[in-house]
Design a protein around this ligand. Structure first.
Ligand SMILES: [Zn+2]
Length: 75
């Protein structure tokens, strides 16, 4: 048996690339780990995975759901 693929053991006790494995932040949306090299949104000091799922979860945390209505004139 020849184990050449480090991705098989992604739980930290195998041989992993430290560049890929270092958690730098936790996602403001899903709460999951953000690793070095991940694509993220930086919003108000939070980092969010750059996908629509996490972005929507984050907005749900900080925003208020409502029904859009006609805009009122701001004076
Ligand atoms: Zn996320």
């Amino acid at each position: 048996m020849c184990i050449e693929n480090p991705m098989v053991l992604a739980n930290g006790n195998g041989i992993t690339d430290p560049q890929e494995d270092e958690v730098v932040h936790y996602c403001g949306g899903c709460g999951g780990e953000i690793f070095i090299g991940n694509e993220v949104w930086a919003v108000h000091g939070d980092l969010i995975h750059r996908n629509s799922d996490c972005a929507e979860k984050y907005v749900q945390e900080i925003g208020f759901p409502q029904i859009a209505k006609e805009e009122e004139e701001q004076t």
